[in-house]
Write a protein that binds this ligand. Sequence first.
Ligand code: HSE
Length: 434
Amino acid sequence: MRTIHVAVAGLGHVGRETVRLLLSNRERFRARLGADIELAAVADRDAAREAKALGLPPSVLRLRDPLKLATTPGIDIVVEVLGGIDAPKALALASLKGGRHLVTANKRLLSHCWEELRRAANKGSSRMYFEASVAGGIPVLQALDNSFAANRIEAVYGILNGTTNYILSSLEHSGPNATMATALKEAQAAGFAEKDPTMDLSGQDSAQKVSVLAALLTGRALPPSKIACRGITGIEREDIDFALGTLSRTPRLLGVLRLDWGKKVRLEAHVFPTLVPLEHPLAAVRRQYNAVMVKASHADDLMFYGKGAGPGPTASAVVGDIFMLCRDILGSAPARTQTPATVELIPVSESVSPYYLRLFAQDKPGVLAKITASLGRRGISISTIHQSDVPAKDGVPVVLTTHPAALGSFEGALREILALGSVSRRHTVLRMLA
Ligand code: HSE
């Protein structure tokens, strides 16, 4: 019986769970593959101690330097779950160039180094699987890559970050004292948010995942720096209450990738806090859960839902990738040769959506007329307008929603509105899911 040798770099929460799943499923995998998957080596700063705690047999090589895995003889698959970027990059490139297959959960590595990884994989005729890098335990990348082979993927969008979803959804029906800061503390205490949540709150974590999705679908790198990205920090409790009570909508941070397949692929990619109708399935995604909507040319609309982080879901995706690689190896499937598409990124200023705008204005004649005139001059049609006569700190709150408009026109009008002496700088902008 053939044996496929696997090495795991990084024995943090995910690495340890990956090792446990590999060992505990050995019999099942043997029955399904007709081959053995053997854990041949682990690498970690504390490899000896971690290996002992995991009860690994003496035959498993213990290394302190992960890079050595790329040159250790006999290893078929290198699993990179180190965290960070420099050591993972060195290991991934050396492994791929050396003809080893790679499994990684590292969205940062993939989104920043796609071209180099792709070239290294081509050089070594190696494969690279990275299911866990987007939406953790949800098997959406394998589906996009294989199950939709007969389709053109027209859009992939959804809730790609659990921290921000935990915060936004817990503010939906909480007491009057709940704020974004209290919701974040709660998420951190429950272990769903990082100690430093900057990447999550700013939307950058979601942008990296959009970047990985774009690379998977087009074969071309789309660096996160090219993805227009707004986070959730500007959203106030009052926006959520108003959206729920008056618009029957709720905010979610959506990562969006739209693809228009022609000779060139015209891509729209952004991350934006977005008001979704309460009857939309994304509104039912609460707490730390993720959900990815797919629009495919023939399968039509689909939704993938589950946990986007945590050792169990992440290791589940990693081991799923190892299993798929074993199938490829045993079936002698040729390494993937994807010809990168010619891609044109649509400027985000051309991205069309209905918008929500909350402003604070002086309650005096003519102010509303000036605000609406700025929008009207740019051809932006107002859908609803609400003004409260209860003054807040910066004036009376005015909430406008628009019909679909290009972001560039909307932002042009907004700049003009915010420059009016009678309007405060304080404001919130949200997209609205049409
Ligand atoms: N920090 C991410 C989240 C998980 O909150 O969803 C890892 O991508």
